[in-house]
Design a protein around this ligand. Structure first.
Ligand SMILES: NC(=O)c1ccc[n+]([C@@H]2O[C@H](COP(=O)([O-])OP(=O)(O)OC[C@H]3O[C@@H](n4cnc5c(N)ncnc54)[C@H](OP(=O)(O)O)[C@@H]3O)[C@@H](O)[C@H]2O)c1
Length: 263
């Protein structure tokens, strides 16, 4: 039973922003758990194609890259149309693509605010809206489809240095419960994962020199004394999207090694 509980066998999944970092870790988890096809997206075609080809070699499943910019509604609609042309149904949508601009109130521009809100909040909502049909096509009481939002620990703590980012993620968490209820009769389960500090391009500046005093001090402050890694997020995302997580609905799972407890 346990093996099947965490299986992603035959599932068709879409993960935005999967050419690096958390999206690519989640894609790897889904494929290794048996997913049939995992679509990943990004703006940079070269990196995306290389990642899709690397991940396709891991299992029997296929990883397909779709290039596009999700910071505009045109980009969102283009992606949704392409998916609908290729697939009659979708089992999993992971809204992962995001940016983390520093934006303290005294220097933040309206462009910083809009860029952050557009990619981190507006696009996930409208991509989900555009994909409701394929998400509900095969879903049922016992095999619901899943939508995951990737939030951040920054939604739970006060971080004035990243005002727009933190606010964009807080909105996502509120949306998680709203959409869970709104889409419940379509058998679409909606949840969020709120990561703490993970190894990725977004955080590269902080960890690229493991000997730096600032990095060591940060590890000291994180209660788990380490950054999150591939297995941490792949494990939780796979749990949420397999039979094991089918009863989570409108939930935010904090995945931060206790980071928020010390803030
Ligand atoms: N790393 C952490 O510690 C951490 C902590 C909490 C939450 N998160 C969240 O996790 C998510 C993923 O971040 P990450 O750390 O994995 O960052 P990352 O390594 O920089 O990956 C971001 C991914 O999103 C894509 N992307 C960026 N802008 C895009 C756009 N306008 N349109 C389409 N794709 C775009 C990137 O590819 P291109 O640049 O080629 O487009 C890349 O594939 C974000 O929502 C972030 O807020 C991360």
């Amino acid at each position: 039973m346990l093996k099947n509980l965490y299986s992603m066998k035959d599932k068709i999944c879409l993960i935005t922003g999967g050419s690096s970092g958390l999206g690519s870790y989640i894609a790897q988890g889904f494929l290794e758990a048996g997913a049939k096809r995992v679509y990943i997206t990004a703006r940079s075609e070269e990196k995306l194609t290389a990642k899709a080809s690397e991940l396709s070699k891991l299992s029997g499943g296929e990883c397909i890259g779709i290039t596009g910019d999700l910071s505009t509604l045109d980009g969102v609609n283009e992606l949704a149309s392409l998916i609908k042309k290729k697939e009659s149904s979708l089992d999993v949508l992971v809204n992962n693509a995001g940016i983390g601009l520093g934006s303290p109130i005294k220097t933040m521009t309206s462009e910083d605010w809009d860029r952050t809100m557009n990619l981190n909040t507006k696009s996930p909502v409208f991509l989900t809206q555009a994909l409701v049909e394929p998400l509900k096509n095969k879903s049922s009481l016992h095999e619901p489809s899943r939508v995951i939002f990737i939030s951040s620990v920054a939604a739970s703590i006060v971080v004035p240095s990243v005002l727009a980012y933190s606010s964009s993620k807080k909105v996502l968490e509120h949306l998680t419960s709203q959409l869970a209820l709104a889409l419940t009769d379509d058998f679409i389960r909606v949840n969020a994962i709120a990561p703490g500090r993970f190894y990725s391009e977004m955080t590269r500046r902080a960890w690229q020199d493991p000997e730096a005093e600032s990095f060591k001090a940060e590890l000291e402050r994180i209660p788990a004394h380490r950054y999150g890694d591939l297995e941490d997020i792949a494990g939780v995302a796979t749990m949420l999207c397999s039979r094991a997580g089918a009863y989570f609905h409108g939930e935010v799972l904090n995945l931060d090694g206790g980071y928020r407890l010390r803030h």
